[in-house]
Write a protein that binds this ligand. Structure first.
Ligand code: NAD
Length: 352
């Protein structure tokens, strides 16, 4: 197959892990006889430095004809002046909005060989395999913002239609997995959450009666994620709660560097990125964990290109490399010699 992939390296460790992702896609293309073409564009702080905009027109134009978008990460101290009028993260929000990717899929699976890398007790982790479906283009991140020296506000809005479509995505995925959906809200306090809960209840009762529904308040969900993580199958939640809960859930897998994400809309063209940020504390040293990026490439192969076998082969290679003891610094045991980003990538691709 021929595919055009827009690549957006971004800032910090973004370009470092993106290079690993491209290596993995090239290895898949070689092994399975595909041709992947890349169109590298600017986003984030790097784009602000070059053009003044975090999502330049050229980047926006490149999205029109591509099959998928692969992103590193954006942001960093250089662009984090709170009074700046343009910020790297604005590029990311506009990118998600332009691509109309409203469903952010974040799988959290604990590799048996990484049991000891998590700060949680091993017996809590065996068998953890959950999928968090985060609403991505609504809620407080996109609402109107005001700020004066003494007061500030962020508006949180959801419409019935926005909630219905994300619940349907999550319910379908739950139906194809273990048949359990947990909806997370804050309905005891927030009006948006009360609408959320009403819509979830009605969509599930009318359209997915075979999927078991559980509802949790977000504060309780934060606790249950650590006390009984293996009970969760699919979790569906709004934008900000999903952002926070998935960083928490990443600790189950041992490191933020392990987790991938796929952002999807109504077409197959998706946005794929590891869930971590630009990690300025380790940027430029070649030590970032590429697993989250490589697993994001697997999601790209599956969801945008329909290449299920290739996706599974890449996920299997990551699992086998980790099981063989390959570790970057974020996961390496004290006293052991960790692999660089490049060496970890090579260790994974050896298993393809
Ligand atoms: P972060 O995810 O960049 O880093 C948090 C911690 O995890 C750091 O100690 C970092 O070294 C470590 N880490 C992250 N990814 C890793 C990897 N692949 N390998 C090894 N260690 C890894 O979060 P932060 O420090 O809060 O934010 C840094 C910048 O990234 C900020 O400007 C923030 O706005 C931005 N950010 C961007 C995105 C994105 O582009 N999608 C997401 C989150 C944060």
């Amino acid at each position: 197959m021929d595919a055009l992939i827009v690549t957006l390296p971004g800032d910090g460790i973004g370009p470092e892990v993106l290079a690993s992702g491209q290596r993995a896609l090239d290895a898949i293309a070689d092994r399975y006889g595909h041709s992947f073409h890349y169109d590298q564009q600017l986003i984030g702080g790097a784009a602000i430095d070059a053009t003044g905009s975090p999502l330049p027109d050229n980047t926006l134009a490149s999205l029109r004809d591509c099959d998928a978008v692969l992103l590193g990460a954006v942001g960093g101290p250089k662009w984090s002046d709170p009074n700046a009028s343009v910020r790297p993260e604005q590029g990311l929000l506009r990118l998600r909005e332009s691509l109309e990717v409203y469903a952010n899929l974040r799988p959290v699976k604990v590799s048996a060989s990484l049991r000891d890398a998590s700060p949680l007790k091993g017996e809590l982790l065996d068998g953890v395999d959950m999928l968090v479906v985060r609403e991505l283009t609504g809620g407080i991140y996109f609402g109107e913002k005001t700020q004066t020296p003494d007061a500030a506000s962020d508006l949180c809005t959801y419409t019935r239609g926005e909630i219905e479509r994300i619940v349907r995505v999550a319910a379908k995925l739950a139906g194809a997995r273990r048949g359990r959906l947990c909806s997370v809200d804050k309905a005891n306090v927030l009006a948006t959450s009360r609408l959320w809960r009403e819509v979830v209840n009605s969509v599930m009762a009318d359209e997915y009666p075979a999927v078991e529904l559980e509802t949790l308040l977000v504060d309780a969900a934060a606790m249950h994620l650590l006390s009984r993580p293996k009970d969760f199958d699919v979790i569906v939640t709004e934008n900000m709660f999903g952002d926070i809960l998935t960083d928490e859930a990443s600790m189950l897998a041992g490191s933020l560097g392990m987790l991938p994400s796929a952002s999807l809309g109504d077409s197959t063209r998706g946005l794929f990125e590891p869930i971590h940020g630009s990690a300025p504390d380790i940027a430029g040293r070649g030590i970032a964990n590429p697993c989250g990026m490589l697993a994001s490439c697997a999601l790209l192969l599956r969801h945008s290109l329909g290449l299920d076998e290739e996706a599974a082969a890449l996920e299997d290679a990551i699992e086998k490399a980790v099981a063989s003891g390959a570790r970057t610094a974020d996961l390496a045991a004290p006293g052991s010699t960790p692999l660089s980003t490049d060496a970890m990538t090579a260790a994974i691709l050896k298993f393809l």
